[in-house]
Structures are given as structure tokens and as C-alpha cells.
Design a protein around this ligand. Structure first.
Ligand SMILES: [Zn+2]
Length: 78
């Protein structure tokens, strides 16, 4: 049986002040270019400026759309 698949483009950013890593949806990081307040050190910084990686996640779904498995589909080069 062929499972349905869904995808999520994710960007990984590192806080430039304390090194805490964050993973957020790429549209939020790259299209919107949002600033965030680091949960670890409290500094305000830009996710896009501190992006270090971007990948496409693949979600394998059952017949009701429930997630069975998640895997890294591919790296997206900026
Ligand atoms: Zn921080």
C-alpha cells in the first residue's frame, strides 16, 4: 500500500549570543525574516541572519492522515 506524504521546509538557526539552536518553518525564517527573543539568554536576534541549515522533512501518513514516520528528505541549499 502506498502511503500519503506531506512535507515541511525547516530552517535551523543558532542564537549568535549563546549558541542555542532553533528549528522553525522556513517561511517564517526566510520569507518573513522574523526577529526572535532567545528563550535561553533573552537576547533579540534575527533568525534569517543566523540560519545555518535548511532541510525538507517528509512525513509518512496512514490512511487517516496520522503521522507514522518523519525523515529528512533532502538538504536545501540557500
Ligand atoms: Zn541565546
Amino acid at each position: 500500500m502506498e502511503h500519503k506524504k506531506a512535507f515541511l521546509d525547516v530552517a535551523v538557526s543558532i542564537c549568535p549570543y549563546c549558541g542555542a539552536p532553533y528549528a522553525d518553518a522556513s517561511w517564517y525564517v526566510i520569507e518573513l525574516g522574523c526577529d526572535v527573543e532567545c528563550g535561553a539568554c533573552g537576547m533579540i536576534w534575527n533568525l534569517k541572519a543566523s540560519e545555518v541549515d535548511r532541510i525538507l522533512l517528509e512525513f509518512l501518513l496512514d490512511e487517516n492522515g496520522k503521522v507514522i514516520k518523519v525523515k529528512k528528505k533532502k538538504r536545501i541549499d540557500g
